[in-house]
Design a protein around this ligand. Structure first.
Ligand code: NAP
Length: 416
């Protein structure tokens, strides 16, 4: 039935950013494809009789409704559809599965809304789906925060008693990584933060929630769940929770970066190259990127421009590399000296600290190691490495053995 020659896929204007293809392929629709349409092509496309099932994204979620013969009550209530199916009778039906996706995301994060005061940031299409689901769960109060209107970002003090915050704005989304819509420390009773954004995996908002110990989730569980609900509408078959969880775990694994940190000379490059061979991932060497950009070697940058100039370049390259997904990122020994680099590397990464005996660390070509005895450098940096790392890995043996242990740990924990 799934290879019946009908069209399955996602329509939108620009789809280069979409993650839908691997999700729907993994959920069992191999013919699913991405179809970019200009607005004037939409009516003719929606008239096609060979439409099987479509997902709809920006800017057509509202625009498709007049071309549909049937609109589900929920899609009609929020005025937008993300799923279209041509039935056996030839009629085109419209649904919106975002609220189902949001319900599952909140449930997986263990964040119920009953009796809670919920702030929902943003008043766009996604916000309407969130409002529907939160309201269904009988909250104490729902407040929509908007850049305009009664409740805004400049009078948030009215809502310092919020229990849960949901970000339904694009603030912090790739490529605008690092931006946050608000500061969570202004809400002392907060017990849950849900961010609909899934790229990066940890927005600045989610990183702050994690740092404050507040339960939180990114938007990837919602993306997978709303896709599974759409597939059920396409083919009339339910997709099990286990299948959805498997797809979610695979995506997390494939998109998460493996980040290597550690003292100068601890073997990050050799382990990174071995990991690239083992996993087929691209290894990104931050120092090499810095040298390429500066047009001179790292020792030359230190000698001619000073450490501060090097750290500035390092901060920018860490920010650029940290936005990427599915890579191995090899850092310089001092990357931990700047706390901002933690957010850059952690947003999409699992961070491995390579440990090698100080007596085995070479110092050639390493400006700081030549000036400062390894024991002193270690005393300064050990707490910083500890702050950055998810896992410490001994690297006194062969690089390939270390790489295998990292690969195995990563396979087991990348989805955590
Ligand atoms: P949207 O319509 O473009 O924006 C939503 C709202 O965000 C806007 O109506 C606006 O509300 C607010 N906003 C926009 N730019 C802002 C800015 N610079 N600063 C502060 N607020 C801003 O997007 P959407 O379709 O509703 O999606 C919102 C987010 O949810 C996006 O990041 C999207 O990727 C994500 N999403 C995720 C899933 C998922 O499955 N995980 C599903 C749907 C959407 P005000 O004018 O009221 O301020």
């Amino acid at each position: 039935m799934k290879s019946s020659g009908k069209i399955y896929g996602l329509i939108g204007r620009t789809l280069g950013h979409s993650w839908s293809l691997p999700i729907h392929h993994a959920l069992g629709c191999p013919s699913y494809r991405l179809m970019e349409l200009e607005p004037d092509a939409l009516p003719a496309f929606l008239a096609r009789e060979d439409i099987g099932g479509l997902n709809v994204t920006m800017p057509y979620k509202k625009a498709v409704l007049p071309y549909c013969d049937r609109v589900d009550a929920y899609a009609a209530a929020i005025g937008s559809a993300n799923t279209l199916v041509r039935g056996a009778d030839g009629k085109l039906g419209a649904w919106n599965t975002d609220a189902i996706g949001f319900r599952d995301m909140a449930c997986l994060a263990g964040i119920p809304f009953r009796g809670q005061k919920v702030l929902i940031l943003g008043s766009g299409g996604a916000s309407l789906s969130v409002q529907m689901e939160v309201r269904r769960q009988n909250p104490r109060e729902i407040v929509v925060i908007s850049r305009t209107g009664e409740n805004r970002y400049d009078n948030l003090e009215r809502h310092a008693d919020a229990d849960i915050i949901v970000n339904a704005t694009p603030v912090g989304m790739y490529p605008g990584n690092g931006a946050a819509p608000l500061d969570l420390t202004r809400f002392p009773s907060l017990r849950g933060v849900l961010d609909l954004i899934y790229n990066p995996r940890r927005t600045a908002l989610i990183l702050q929630a994690e740092a404050l110990g507040i339960p939180c989730s990114d938007g990837l569980p919602m993306l997978v769940s709303q896709a599974a609900a759409a597939e059920s509408l396409f083919f009339g078959t339910d997709i099990s929770e286990e299948s959805q969880f498997h797809v979610l775990s695979c995506l997390r694994h494939d998109r998460t970066n493996i980040v290597l940190i550690g003292m100068p000379g601890c073997g990050k490059n050799a382990v990174g190259e071995a990991l690239a061979l083992l996993t087929g991932r691209e290894a990104v060497d931050l120092d090499a990127r810095i040298a390429r950009r500066a047009g001179k070697s790292v020792p030359e940058i230190f000698a001619e421009d000073g450490e501060a100039a090097f750290r500035e370049l390092e901060r920018e390259e860490a920010a650029n590399a940290g936005k990427e997904t599915g890579k191995i990122i090899i850092t310089g020994g001092g990357v931990v000296k700047d706390a901002k680099n933690y957010a850059s590397l952690k947003q999409n990464g699992r961070i491995y600290h390579l440990l090698r005996d100080l007596s085995a660390l070479p110092t050639d070509g390493r400006p700081l190691s030549q000036r400062t005895p390894p024991a002193q450098l270690w005393a300064e940096r050990e707490p910083l490495y500890r702050r950055f790392r998810d896992v410490a890995i001994d690297n006194n043996g062969r690089a390939l053995d270390t790489a295998e242990r990292i690969r195995d740990d990563f396979s087991a924990h990348a989805a955590d």
